[in-house]
Design a protein around this ligand. Structure first.
Ligand code: NAD
Length: 270
C-alpha cells in the first residue's frame, strides 16, 4: 500500500482528502499534518471526518516525520507552507501532489527546483471535468480565433483568498497557448471607471465571491452576432479530492519531474 501524508488535513479540502484516501484501495493514510497552532493537534483524524472508529493517525505539525514516513504527500494549504512542505519532501524522497493555488512565478520556479529530486504534480484544479474543459477551451479558442472576445468569469465561496482562481488563470493560459500568444501580454484583471473600449485580443477575468459556492467557471467567446459559452460547475469538493488521490496513486511511480493532471488523464493540454 502507498503511504499518504495529507498536509492541511483539517482544512476544507484536507477533510475531503481524508475520506478519499480512506476509500482508495491502493492508498493508506500514513500521516495528517496541520499548522502548529491548530486546535485539533494530538487528536485522532476520525474527529476531522466525523467517523466513529479511530483511524490510528494523530493530527500532527511534524512535517519532517510525515515526509520520512510517507511515499507521497497531498498538499492543500497556503503557498509559503506548501514550499516548506516540498523542501522536506525533496529531502526525504517523498513524492508530492500540490493543489494549493495562488503560487507566484518565483514560488513555481522553486517547485520546479524541488521537482529535480522528486516526482511533483501541481494542478490548480484536480477535477476530471475541469481538465476535460481545458481541452474543449483549447479547441474552441483555436477554431474561433482572436476576433472572438474572451471573458473568463469565475465564482467561489466567500473564504477564498486568491483571485482570480488558479483554474481561471489556467483557462486563460490554455486559450492564449491555443492562439499562439502569451496570457501576460493580453490579460485584463479589473475594469473600473473610464477604461475605454475593449482592446482587440484582451482576455478578461471577472471574479465573484460569495456564500458557499464551491467553484464555477464560464468562458465567453463573444463575436459579432453570436457568443459561445463553456461552463464548468463544481457542486462538491469531492471531485477535487477524487482527482487528487488519483494523481497521488499515479505520481508515486513516476521519475522526478514536474507533472500536471493532463499527464494523469492522458490529455494534450499542459
Ligand atoms: P482551508 O483554509 O480550508 O484549508 C487549508 C488548511 O491548511 C487549513 O486547515 C490550515 O490550517 C492549513 N495550514 C496552513 N498552514 C499550514 C502549515 N504550515 N502546515 C500544515 N497545514 C497548514 O482551504 P481549502 O479550501 O482546503 O483550500 C486549500 C488550498 O487548496 C487553496 O489554495 C485552494 O485554492 C486550493 N484548492 C485547490 C483545488 C484543486 O483542485 N487544486 C481545489 C480546491 C481548493
Amino acid at each position: 500500500m502507498t503511504q499518504v501524508a495529507i498536509v492541511g488535513a483539517a482544512g476544507r479540502m484536507g477533510r475531503m482528502l481524508l475520506r478519499a484516501v480512506d476509500e482508495h484501495s491502493a492508498l493508506d493514510l500514513g500521516a495528517a499534518v496541520e499548522h502548529s497552532a491548530h486546535a485539533l493537534l494530538g487528536h485522532d483524524c476520525a474527529q476531522l471526518i466525523g467517523a466513529n472508529d479511530a483511524t490510528g493517525v494523530i493530527l500532527t505539525d511534524d512535517i519532517v516525520t510525515a515526509a520520512q514516513a510517507a511515499d507521497v504527500a497531498i498538499v492543500f494549504t497556503l503557498p509559503e507552507s506548501t514550499l516548506h512542505t516540498l523542501k522536506h519532501c525533496s529531502e526525504h524522497q517523498c513524492a508530492a501532489v500540490v493543489g494549493t493555488t495562488g503560487l507566484d512565478q518565483q514560488q513555481l520556479a522553486m517547485c520546479a527546483a524541488y521537482a529535480k529530486k522528486i516526482p511533483l504534480l501541481i494542478a490548480p484544479n484536480m477535477s476530471v471535468g475541469v481538465n476535460a474543459t481545458f481541452e474543449l477551451l483549447a479547441k474552441a479558442a483555436a477554431l474561433l480565433g482572436i476576433d472572438y472576445d474572451v471573458e473568463i468569469v469565475e465564482a467561489h465561496h466567500r473564504n477564498k483568498i486568491d483571485a482570480p482562481s488558479g483554474t481561471a488563470l489556467k483557462m486563460g493560459e490554455v486559450i492564449a497557448a491555443a492562439q499562439q500568444r502569451e496570457l501576460s501580454a493580453h490579460a485584463v484583471y479589473a475594469r473600473h471607471g473610464q477604461v475605454g473600449a475593449r482592446q482587440p485580443g484582451e482576455i478578461g477575468f471577472q471574479t465573484i465571491r460569495g456564500g458557499d459556492i464551491v467553484g464555477e467557471h464560464t468562458v465567453i467567446f463573444a463575436g459579432d452576432g453570436e457568443r459561445v459559452e463553456i461552463t464548468h460547475r463544481s457542486s462538491s469538493r469531492s471531485n477535487f479530492a477524487a482527482g487528487a488521490v488519483r494523481a497521488a496513486a499515479w505520481v508515486v511511480d513516476q521519475p522526478p519531474g514536474i507533472y500536471g493532471m493532463n499527464h494523469v488523464l492522458g490529455l494534450a493540454c499542459s
